[in-house]
Design a protein around this ligand. Sequence first.
Ligand code: GLC
Length: 800
Amino acid sequence: MITNTELEHKGNLFPGKITSFSQHVDKINFTTENGVILQITVLRGSVLRFRYATDYNFEKDFSYAISEDGARGYSKLEVEEHDSEYSILTARIKVIVNKQTLNIAIYDLEGNVICKDDWGFHWEQSYEYGGNIVKMSKSAPQGECYYGLGDKPTHLNLKGKRLENWATDQYAFGKDQDPLYKSVPFYIGMYEEKAYGIFFDNTFKTYFDFCHERRNVTSFWAQGGEMNYYFFYGPNMQEVVTRYTDLTGKPELPPLWALGYHQCKWSYYPEQKVKEVTSKFRALEIPCDAIYLDIDYMEGFRCFTWNKEYFPDPKRMVKELAEDGFKTIVIIDPGIKIDDEYWVYKEAIEKDYFCKRADGPYMRGKVWPGECFFPDFTNPDVREWWADLFKEIIDEIGVKGVWNDMNEPAVMEVPGKTFPDDVRHNYDGNPCSHRKAHNIYGTQMARATYEGVKKFSYPKRPFIITRSAYSGAQRYTSSWTGDNVATWEHLWIANIQAQRMSMSGMSFTGSDIGGFAEHPTGELYARWIQLGVFHPFCRTHSSGDHGNQEPWTFGDEVVDVTRKFVSLRYQLLPYLYTMFWEYAEDGIPMLKPLVLFDQEDCQTHYRADEFVFGNQILVCPIQEPNAKGRRMYIPRGSWYNYWTREYVKGGMEQWVDADLDTIPLFVKDGAIIPKYPVQQYVGEKKIEELKLEVYYKLGNKEVSKVFEDAQDGYDYVKGRYCLRNFSFTGKENEIIIQQHKTGTYVTEYEVFKIEFIGLPFVIKEVEIDNVIVSLDSIQFNKKEQTIVVPKDFTELHIIA
Ligand code: GLC
């Protein structure tokens, strides 16, 4: 044990005794003898903010991450002073603040410790930069697990690791490499099946140590700024994530097509090549909704220009692609070429919108077009200007989505691969150096892009994707995991990253399917597609350096696997869209790592391969060559093998067969899974019926939801959606399906085609809303176990 004196010797400073205390509504301030102030804000009964100042002085309170729409308000707040401590009681937790040390301890209402300071807040003064290196350490009981932190390509459970947040362009990154492109300083801790979360809202370079340096301690610190963190109590892990997501913001619904399959490469050009690729998708009947133009569509890599040799008439091309169901998405980079003939450059110079070094010169750095200057996206005027630059691309040419790249920001051929520390930023009126703005730069670029694309797409919805992101970016954009590699190890990484991003509030994420660098074998590509269709964002992308990566470059077998799995994704679109709606509405993570799905089962705490897609479909990728199947853990409860329809009991490891054309896929019993017919692109077909796959379960009610609306536009915000809540009750000789419908949107189809799976009896009688109907009138098909019924029933009885 290191003593305080030793630590002080190492340059660490600690708060002294509490000398005064005050409370203003939801804010409680403690001041110590040596000028430390701890301000605790009660946002909700289970969400508290802890903010520390030194020298009696808080900085101006400003955050890019916190959403104005987050829920606030608590029902109970009692503060009491005792001999050696203060206690703060909310409806959900109790916080004890030690008068001697300012250390805090958080308890649930039964008196269990949830999270407790070790040394608590301490700091080091930074003479070089000014301000403090702010630090926090917490005790870590044996058996505590840690999750979250964005895109870290390392085991899902972070116990034993030290990690760093500093957005970095990490081409062909490796397993365990850190940091990568994103910086999400939010983690979930769980001890004895009780979960809590900590969001350290500090955009400087931050570090997290989960029992790496000291076995019983977790700590986090930043190279500047304030010790400012939010604490979320669960104890349910999903609630920790939803509370964090509520605080940092939820996305709007994307247009439904954005949940389709996307095809990308660096680069498809000229126009003829683009058309060849899109036509081939149609010819081979592999559904696809989006085609990407990487940097070569530009004139000399100048943003907002077109290479007229490759794309003589982009408006016509985009229109023709649209007629075939393809939405065109283009890339944009932050680096603006230094070129006096280039209007974007000239405007930014005139308006003084480029980032500058400490002593005045512009921040100059090399990216694709050569030497560039970079807009300061932390300046609100710059964001507005940037947004308006999209007028031509979106409004006139008809592009439907924009891909934000290199926004860490990346600079080539320099140490650190980014801006130097002294670069100045506006930071929305809180001028600062790059040390503070670095991690937020990419999010502010994506935000500006989002504003522009939204403005010119309106009344349709925008679609944005970004490589770099900080907490809160989910309000504006989807993301991908950057420049991965075509190896089996990277397939493992992609699986981890998508799950981790989901637990970190950023569900709308996917990897470059097949790998960006190098070239996958057909088998690897097939296995990757099989995982990728279960990621919220689903796109094949590659550097194009080592050969093509369209499904057909790998031969017929892989084409068949790709068609089969992409078609399945398209059938599951209503299920996926409902998942997205639950994420947008309530912040519910779309992918659920097993630990989040069932934290009370300690078998799940270290599982990382299997995950639940939405609420009811269990997915487990095949991550090795030549596999005929694998062992996997099936969570507690009962499941149906999606392919064989075999009924399996969970709660143990099992072998599951999976030849190249399949992967382990299970559906929870009692689930009602909605499906559309396969379409080659969203909107290709009129939906004549909604298929409902009903998986029989004996006992308890099971609830399933289907959310539908116009698939684009903002009418859903005004109540023009259709939300169906199905509850399933299974008996030995009867099943009952109740439907409760809300919203004013009228779906196109009139009927449900219901298929029963695992039904233990022969259907003899069907009752719709208390009326017995003849089996003929509902097209009962005994062999297929299907019936066709009017869509708006409230109660359906299927009787033996
Ligand atoms: C970066 C991106 C990659 C893109 C390439 C060219 O490496 O991560 O996706 O294709 O730049 O724009």
